[in-house]
Design a binder for this molecule. Structure first.
Ligand code: SF4
Length: 384
């Protein structure tokens, strides 16, 4: 039986964690906006050709030098895009970052840019991992989302080739209204490929993503509850823009069970495919938010709290990113959970905090509540 007083005893819920005050744990650098694909939900509104105001090689090297001064330990730098493989100096820049002691990961698009020679270069570059997008369990869905015929099978092939070459693979999947029903089969497929991490992005309406692709609050909750179930089969799972999964972590710890039509269907499908859970959850009880452990640099050097939160807070050509990360007012408000509405008074605000990107997309205010979250401290547990 669920007991609210059990939750009130959990220390984590009472204090800010201060884990990421001095430095982010992940720094995403959009090395280019150019990409051969034209995905329906693309955050970056990526285009076919490189833009003239991309950071030059020298500017990028200077930026990496500053990133390496984050202490006590610099963040992992994720080379993303667009498609980073559209940049001729990509491997030169990864080498430069490595020479500065930075750990790097790479997030390429699946396209004709990936061939045996490129896989060899990626292997030699010693990046920590490569992340590849797979958004559907069927060719129809994935090819539609990525707007390219044949990309589903090509993606499976690319993932297998990376794994065969000893490269760690993370698969990224975005949850949209049109693919939610495929998630049990998608999880089963990803697990069978032998990838190391599954990262599930919960849609934020920004860039090319429209309201048509969005979910309502109930579906966000059902999917988050389902993803929590998936995390009990040994595969490392992380979520993006769904920090309320950490609320679910604590609710489950105290015995709260969830039931609803779509969730029940997804869960039954999961059990049919994978059997009963085999491990403890791999979801972390603490984590990042945009601006709290995460920072994003765009192709032209602009600094943002996150890739889906388009509020410019600086520019690497004129500002020191270490100083921006530590001193920016919005970032400090996010870290101190200085939020409005129900996220501001929520029992879970220090472990969750809501998606700041979705709050901004919904209200133009990054400190407002996350509209995807069904929870309300005032009402929900009264009914239990
Ligand atoms: S109300 Fe906000 S802080 Fe509370 S669980 Fe929901 S998203 Fe997280």
């Amino acid at each position: 039986m669920f007991n609210l007083s059990d939750l009130e005893k959990i220390v984590d819920l009472k204090e800010p964690h201060h884990l990421f005050e001095k430095k982010p744990t992940l720094l995403f650098w959009e090395v280019t906006r150019a990409c051969p694909l034209r995905c329906v939900h693309c955050r970056a509104n990526a285009i076919l050709n490189r833009l003239p105001n991309e950071l030059t090689t020298i500017e990028a090297q200077k930026m990496l030098e500053t990133i390496s001064t984050f202490d006590p330990k610099p963040p992992i730098v994720i080379f993303t895009g667009g498609d980073p493989l559209m940049r001729d100096d990509l491997f030169e820049l990864i080498d430069y970052a490595k020479g500065l002691g930075l750990l790097c990961s790479l997030s390429p698009a699946v396209s004709e840019n990936i061939n045996d020679d490129v896989i060899k270069k990626i292997k030699e570059s010693s990046v920590l991992s490569v992340s590849i997008s797979l958004d559907g369990a069927t060719p129809v869905t994935h090819d539609y989302i990525r707007q390219r015929d044949g990309i589903f099978f090509k993606t499976l092939n690319v993932i297998k080739r990376f794994i065969k070459n000893g490269i760690r693979v993370q698969v990224n999947s975005v949850v949209l209204s049109l693919n939610i029903i495929e998630f049990p089969r998608l999880f089963h497929l990803i697990k069978s490929l032998g990838v190391n991490v599954w990262e599930v992005f919960f849609i934020v309406v920004t860039g090319r993503a429209t309201k048509f692709l969005d979910l309502d609050q109930k579906k966000f909750e059902e999917l988050a509850q389902f993803i929590f179930d998936c995390s009990m089969y040994g595969l490392t799972i992380r979520t993006v823009e769904a920090p309320f999964i950490r609320r679910i972590y604590y609710e489950r710890m105290t015995g709260l069970k969830f039931e609803d039509e779509l969730y029940n269907f997804l869960r039954e499908e999961l059990i049919k495919l994978e059997g009963n859970p085999t491990s403890k959850t791999t979801i972390n009880s603490r984590g990042t938010l945009d601006g709290d452990g995460i920072i994003f640099i765009s192709y032209d050097g602009s600094i943002y709290p996150g890739g889906l939160l388009p509020i410019k807070i600086g520019d690497v050509k004129n500002d020191n990113i270490v100083k921006v990360y530590r001193e920016n007012e919005i970032l400090n408000k996010i870290r101190n959970r200085n939020f409005k509405g129900k996220c501001g008074t929520c029992l879970f605000k220090y472990v969750c905090g809501g998606s700041r990107a979705r709050a901004f997309s919904n209200s133009n205010d990054p400190l407002e509540s996350d509209p995807a979250c069904i929870f309300s401290s005032e009402t929900l547990y009264d009914q239990i």
